[in-house]
Ligand binder design. Structure first.
Ligand SMILES: *Cc1c(COP(=O)(O)O)cnc(C)c1O
Length: 823
């Protein structure tokens, strides 16, 4: 962004400026809304956004401590003499106004992209096609929301020659806010599908809302093959004096007509345009890739560029990796793969993720970086900036790959070694050079860093459980929205976070400011503490021999019996601690752990009055059947008993004691009994009893190792259980019951999803493998197979074999690699 003074910012946002006079003359050159993105700098403004559940103001004290001085806020609550505050009514609106201001400082062509699908891919491909000729600024990743759009537009600065920004909306009223920020001269309407339809009454309404982005455009690129869309866009263009750039693959009379021929693994496209023909090829064959490529071609013509320059570049288009991947590496390393993006903006995001994933501040942070291509900045300046980012991102060692980066050795201040190309690095690769480090792999596409990632990745086997951390946060927020803002949330991360991997999940939860985490045994808690988790942690099953660790690592025990109380108190005295927080569990009907009778509670009270080394932090109970309507009377009786016991404890102490009884289904069905805290478990991991809009967080997937054809005289697997009635194709997949796939799913009780179809599991499931009947599925070795995920829900799978989703999730064995995705 263009540097702005504080006075300018408060004028643009109509805010009220206050705070430290000495700092008033400072200029702001960067804006953040995510506190994790702060690395360094005295010129950063933090805008405290308030979502339905998260409040950016909560992060201000932390940021002040880290050295941030400038804040744009809508609450007066935080006052600090060392900082400057600009107070506005609505911080999101203020961010949008700043972005619109920044946008109009520049006269370069701005291209706005909206539509249901393909926005990010078209934007990335246009960048790849045009970055040799222009210095381009574009939305990072798929930043296209009410917050993402202004943050993208704020990236525009003097050096840019061309801009691509995407806009996404999910309900009416959103586009009028985004349109003046992007204010494009050329528009691209990708397509109109059913995505995000819930808030629109019809496709027409959704289309007319999306078109609002283009009201001031000179040209609008649009596919003309859908009659309704074509008509609506035509009349919109006529009304607003816009030149439509229609294209078609069906109508050869269209002013831009594409003739598409599908070959083995590429496709040939001939563009008929302006009485001329241009032929190009793309390395894809699917319909959406073809549509996206045609949009790119049409945009090139709309920009007035000569299409004859582009065939080579179309042929080199790559699939777009939309998300960065976090993987377990060799020798206890953690890997962050971001090798399809090497521009400076996405660099900052990746460094943020690296620091968030690094287990502690002292951990070695390695960056493997290729030459950075096509940024339009002179090399020396480019690498000087990169060095600054790397230094701010606390990288401790760099491996530079490529002739350019090596040529600018002198500008790097981090310890580094250089290689001429990826092959040279691979030749000299030694596993022992990478130990317990956090490694960010970032390179331009042609360096093919996926080869490096393959070397550094822990090789267990090809079966992975992919965990989508964004979906997890979504689910957390769905539950938060149901609760009062003051209600605390404890998240159950016991049993390896229901199988999804504890440390990574706990880290995200810590950032999302959940109030408590709960583990089953002390060891799980110690592991979290060692990974830098500072949130209070409750241990559900505190065993005698773990008391020392509980005390040392600041874990908080669940106290469920008098004996446990006495023993734990003795350990606390021995350790010289006092006021140690404990949680009292009441058994209201589960007949598992907990105090059941009132006289037991009286003994607890008496004991605690004479032993002041413990303090009751909370009292809780667990519902037996909160998910089952038939048990609602029983649930209400449990709640009554709980209230009685809680009242007794709470009235016996002067300090406050939190109450909690609701688990996930309880939160959904007995929301009003949230008291001071709730305990969220399975809901976070995507399972709802009442149809909440939760997202699936996990995909269990593998790849086909081999395919063979058998005839009806043959059989498949142990004991000849897999019988066929016709000549059949059988796929062998390296997942077995030792990976946690229940043996009951064998013999056609279970299916897998491959290339758009379902294939039954044939024969008995083996320890490390199973076989699928793929006679009716077009699949071959190397293809991906889903066992649960978006196409096979965990709930259905559980029902098929008479168990519950909990068992499926926690049953996936530790040898199945967990891979984390984050947008
Ligand atoms: C596991 C557990 C929960 C969470 O239950 P869900 O049904 O997964 O939400 C809550 N409370 C206690 C005591 C638990 O052990």
């Amino acid at each position: 962004m263009q540097a702005l003074s504080l006075a300018q910012i408060s004028r643009i946002t109509e805010g009220e400026l206050s705070g430290n006079q000495k700092l008033m003359q400072s200029a702001i050159t960067s804006i953040i809304t995510d506190s994790r993105q702060f690395q360094r700098g005295s010129d950063v403004l933090f805008i405290a956004l308030k979502g339905p559940v998260n409040n950016g103001h909560d992060y201000i004290p932390d940021l002040i401590e880290k050295g941030v001085c400038f804040f744009l806020v809508s609450e007066r609550t935080v006052i600090n003499d060392d900082a400057i505050f600009i107070l506005v009514d609505d911080t999101t609106l203020a961010l949008q106004k700043l972005a619109a201001f920044n946008r109009h400082l520049f006269e370069i062509p701005v291209i706005g992209i909206t539509g249901s699908n393909g926005k990010t891919i078209i934007k990335e491909w246009l960048h790849d096609l045009l970055s040799a000729d222009f210095r381009i600024v574009r939305s990072p990743k798929s930043y296209n929301s009410q917050v993402g759009v202004p943050l993208s537009v704020l990236l525009m600065n003097n050096e840019d020659e061309l801009a691509f920004f995407e806009a996404g909306i999910s309900q009416p009223g959103e586009m009028p806010k985004l349109a003046p920020i992007i204010d494009p001269q050329i528009g691209i309407l990708t397509n109109i599908g059913d995505a995000h339809q819930e808030f629109f009454i019809s496709l027409e309404q959704k289309l007319s809302e999306k078109l609002l982005l283009f009201s001031n455009c000179e040209k609008l690129v649009c596919r003309a093959d859908d009659k309704l869309v074509q008509e609506q866009v035509s009349s919109f263009c006529a009304k607003n004096n816009i030149e439509p750039v229609f294209w078609s693959t069906k109508n050869d009379k269209s002013s831009l007509y594409f003739e598409v021929g599908i070959l083995q693994d590429s496709c040939q496209i001939e563009a008929h345009f302006d009485q001329k023909r241009f032929r190009f090829r793309i390395p894809f064959t699917d319909d959406s890739a073809i549509e996206n490529a045609c949009h790119c071609f049409a945009t090139i013509t709309a920009l007035g560029l000569d299409p004859a320059k582009f065939p080579d570049r179309f042929e080199k288009l790559h699939p777009v990796a939309m998300r960065l991947e976090i993987k377990q590496g060799i020798n206890n390393c953690i890997l962050i793969n971001d090798f399809y993006n090497s521009d400076l903006n996405s660099f900052n995001i990746a460094l943020t993720v690296l620091n968030q994933q690094a287990t502690n501040v002292d951990q070695e942070k390695i960056l493997i970086l290729s030459d950075i291509e096509q940024t339009g900045v002179a090399d020396e300046e480019l690498y000087t900036r990169v060095n600054q980012l790397i230094t701010d991102g606390k990288i401790t060692r760099m491996i530079g790959i490529g002739p350019k980066i090596a040529a600018y050795k002198k500008v790097f201040s981090v310890p580094a070694i250089y290689f001429e190309n990826t092959e040279k690095f691979i030749l000299g690769f030694q596993r022992k050079d990478f130990q317990s480090s956090a490694i960010l792999i970032k390179g331009a596409r042609r360096f093919r860093f996926e080869q490096i990632s393959a070397l550094l990745q822990q090789k267990a086997h090809q079966t992975v459980l992919e965990i989508n951390l964004n979906a997890l946060v979504n689910n957390l927020n769905v539950f938060r929205k149901k609760l009062k803002p003051s209600t605390k949330i404890m998240v159950m991360v016991k049993a390896f976070s229901y199988g999804s991997g504890d440390v990574e999940v706990a880290r995200i939860l810590q950032y999302q400011k959940v109030d408590y985490l709960a583990v089953a045994v002390a060891d799980e808690g110690v592991q979290l503490r060692n990974a830098g988790i500072t949130v209070p942690i409750i241990v559900m099953n505190p065993e005698q021999d773990s008391f020392q660790n509980i005390i040392r690592y600041n874990l908080e025990p669940n106290i469920y019996s008098f004996e446990l109380l006495r023993n734990f108190s003795a350990s606390v005295s021995l350790a010289g601690s006092h006021d140690f927080p404990i949680h009292i569990k009441i058994d209201t009907g589960m007949n598992r752990l907990g105090f059941k009778h009132e006289d037991e509670l009286h003994s607890v009270l008496e004991f605690l009055k004479s032993n002041q080394n413990l303090r009751i932090q909370s009292v809780f109970s667990h519902l037996v059947g909160s998910d089952e309507a038939a048990l609602d009377d029983f649930t209400r009786r449990q709640i009554q008993k709980f209230e009685k016991a809680a009242d007794l404890l709470r009235s016996s102490f002067p300090h406050s004691i939190d109450r909690h009884i609701l688990n996930s289904a309880g939160i959904e069905r007995f929301t009003e009994k949230q008291y001071e805290m709730v305990r969220l478990g399975i809901g976070l991991y995507g399972v709802s009893v009442s149809g909440l809009p939760l997202q699936n967080i996990g995909i269990l997937k593998s790849t086909i190792s081999q395919v063979k054809t058998i005839d009806e005289s043959e059989s498949v697997g142990y004991n000849r259980k897999g019988q066929v009635k016709r000549e059949s194709r059988i796929a062998i997949v390296p997942v077995g019951y030792a990976d946690g796939l229940d043996r009951k799913l064998g013999n056609k009780n279970g299916t897998a999803y491959i290339n758009g179809k379902f294939a039954p599991i044939i024969g008995n499931i083996c320890m490390d493998m199973l076989m699928l009947d793929i006679t009716d599925v077009d699949a071959e070795s190397g293809d991906t197979v889903e066992f649960f995920g978006p196409h096979i829900s965990i709930k259905e799978l559980a029902a098929q074999i008479g168990t519950i989703p909990y068992e499926i999730l926690t049953g996936i064995s530790q040898r199945v690699k967990r891979v984390y995705l984050q947008e």
